[in-house]
Design a protein around this ligand. Structure first.
Ligand SMILES: Cc1cc2nc3c(=O)[nH]c(=O)nc-3n(C[C@H](O)[C@H](O)[C@H](O)COP(=O)(O)OP(=O)(O)OC[C@H]3O[C@@H](n4cnc5c(N)ncnc54)[C@H](O)[C@@H]3O)c2cc1C
Length: 536
């Protein structure tokens, strides 16, 4: 095994949403010498940059690694597939662009668990610092950050009609989900600039990558973190089948995401003792929570067939409309090529909500597909979907061998909790009520999914189990906290060792109510401050 002789102060494992931002911030101080290591390749290529390109990239194995989850009753015995970005920018290079922070309460809840410094008021400055919002500066928004955040650029008549139907149903209108509250219905913000996706790579790494104190390795897998007397001293990597050791003087930072950060920790000897022993791994810290506390949003879609031909299913097949879409994007940075994975939607409280905060998130698209990333249906489809904001079900991620190239076993345990099942059923009934409002009911002919034959609660639950799926938000597997199952403390240092932190979506103790990219970036922004302060 070779020993790489360059000396680094910090090694960051994974150039995803969190890793790219961290690389930028840590190299802003010239005395730091940072190495960023990424398993995937550089994010060249048109589809990674075109906003709507995620339809092409999320299932492309050159940039997206697919993990097959264990089948479970909650998903009707199906194995659900989890794509993760495996490319510079990580999942921010292939995600659905929706930019939403989550409810204020989410962060107050983290803080109430003993994570001091993480309440909404304390994290708001980091949300503001990282973004450049095209709606202007305010107490909630920043305009000087690197990440371009934009208001919706495609106003579709079917979505406008749905919004007014949802309002008729009784939901308030909300101008900005990233301000006072997520409650109500309105338009989603997107992580796009004037024409292009604003991935973490484009926003944070591009301006930093030529700095002399930053080295970047691509197509390089970190096998494990190495320790001396419980201090992380570097990593073992594999590049083109060759193993090497690279040392870090100050810290190793895992930003490998919610699947692979716990995997790397377990491979390094930090994890549930019995699991490590079973795979012949020397125990550095018996940490029972590594890989546990897995949370994800399970989504169910409804699809109706529309009467008009406005649906993007039709527009995309019409050469004239397609040309208009291209011109709209090229000359005005607007239109259908800029849409995210949900155009409008919002959040609401169902009668089952355990707190006075929304328990249901809604997403609406003027198109329909069998599965995200698959071809649009030929009929004029319209989709509205729900997920439960704070599922109670918990899953786990565990290595199945000491070989770092083998996928870990992922058991999401979707819908194992009765409240999760009931909330999802309630959500489908609410979507059906919205379709029936007078501002929408004349626009459609038939419900295709789950279908009009699905009537009773148990039939709806069965349809949800068989037809629902992930919205790609795994979090929580290296949870931050002060209890015995916590993997990192509020400073994101791994309990039981020195010189090692986890900074990515895996540290969320509780999943945020909506999409997870914005809160992951905030985590990295706050972590960068803590790392820079501690290394003064
Ligand atoms: C298809 C899809 C759609 C999504 N849509 C949205 C959306 O619309 N809005 C939203 O807010 N969120 C969305 N998300 C979720 C969001 O993008 C993620 O929560 C967020 O990007 C997670 O950031 P991260 O830094 O934790 O991990 P990632 O961004 O996944 O980064 C982890 C990086 O580490 C690398 N890595 C892993 N292991 C190793 C190793 N051992 N050695 C070296 N490198 C390694 C990976 O290749 C990857 O680049 C979506 C995700 C996906 C996959």
């Amino acid at each position: 095994m070779n020993i790489f002789h360059k000396r680094y102060t910090h090694i960051i494992v994974g150039a995803g949403s969190a890793g790219c931002l961290l690389a930028n911030r840590l190299t802003s101080r010239p005395q730091n010498k940072v190495l960023l290591i990424e398993a995937g390749a550089w994010d060249d290529g048109f589809w990674l940059k075109l906003p709507v390109g995620y339809y092409k990239t999320m299932n492309n194995p050159k940039v997206s690694r697919h993990f097959a989850c264990e089948p479970g009753d909650g998903s009707g015995g199906r194995s659900i597939n989890w794509p993760r970005g495996c490319v510079i920018g990580g999942s921010s290079s292939i995600n659905g662009l929706i930019f939403i922070r989550g409810q204020h309460q989410n962060f107050d809840d983290w803080s109430a668990l003993g994570n001091h410094g993480w309440s909404y008021n304390e994290v708001l400055p980091y949300f503001r610092r990282l973004e450049s919002f095209n709606g202007g500066d305010s107490q909630f928004h920043g305009t000087h950050g690197e990440l371009q955040v934009s208001k919706l650029r495609n106003h579709h008549p079917d979505c406008t009609a749905w919004l007014s139907a949802a309002h008729q149903y009784g939901l308030p209108l909300n101008e900005d989900f990233n301000a006072d509250t997520t409650e109500g219905v309105g338009e989603y913000h997107l992580s796009i600039g004037s024409r292009w996706r604003s991935s973490s790579s484009r926003a944070f790494l591009a301006p930093a990558k030529s700095r002399k104190n930053l080295d970047i390795m691509t197509k390089t897998l970190v096998n494990r973190v190495l320790f001396e007397n419980k201090k992380a001293i570097g990593v073992e990597i594999a590049q083109d089948g060759r193993k090497q050791i690279i040392h870090a003087k100050t810290e190793v930072i895992l930003s490998a995401g919610a699947i692979q950060s716990p995997q790397v920790l377990q491979l390094s000897g930090i994890g549930p003792g019995a699991l490590l022993k079973k795979h012949g791994i020397d125990i550095v810290v018996d940490s029972p929570g590594v890989g546990q506390n897995l949370q994800d949003h399970y989504q169910m879609r409804t699809i109706v067939q529309m009467r008009s031909q406005n649906s993007l299913n039709k527009q995309i097949r019409n050469p004239l409309s397609l040309l208009k879409m291209g011109l709209d994007w090229a000359f005005r940075g607007r239109g259908a090529l800029t849409v995210g994975a949900g155009q409008v939607g919002g959040a609401m409280r169902t009668r089952l909500a355990p707190t006075d905060h929304p328990d249901l998130q809604l997403f609406v698209m003027p198109l329909s597909v069998d599965k995200p990333g698959e071809p649009l249906h030929r009929y004029p489809g319209f989709t509205s979907a729900i997920w439960q904001c704070h599922p109670k079900s918990r899953g786990s991620i565990e290595i199945v061998t000491s070989d770092p190239t083998v996928d870990p076993k992922i058991q999401p345990n979707y819908l194992t909790d009765a409240l999760d099942q009931d909330t999802m059923v309630e959500g489908i009934k609410i979507l059906r009520e919205i379709y029936k409002q007078s501002n929408f009911c004349d626009l459609w002919d038939a419900e295709v999914v789950p279908g009009e034959q699905v009537k009773t609660d148990s039939e709806i639950l069965d349809a949800i189990r068989k037809g629902g799926g992930t919205v790609y938000h795994p979090v929580g597997t290296c949870k931050m906290g002060v209890d015995v199952a916590a993997v990192v403390g509020p400073d994101l240092r791994v309990h039981g060792v020195n010189g090692l932190r986890v900074v990515d979506a895996s540290i969320m103790p509780l999943i945020t109510s909506a999409n997870t990219n914005a809160p992951t970036l905030m985590i990295a922004e706050k972590a960068a401050d803590m790392i820079l302060e501690s290394n003064l």
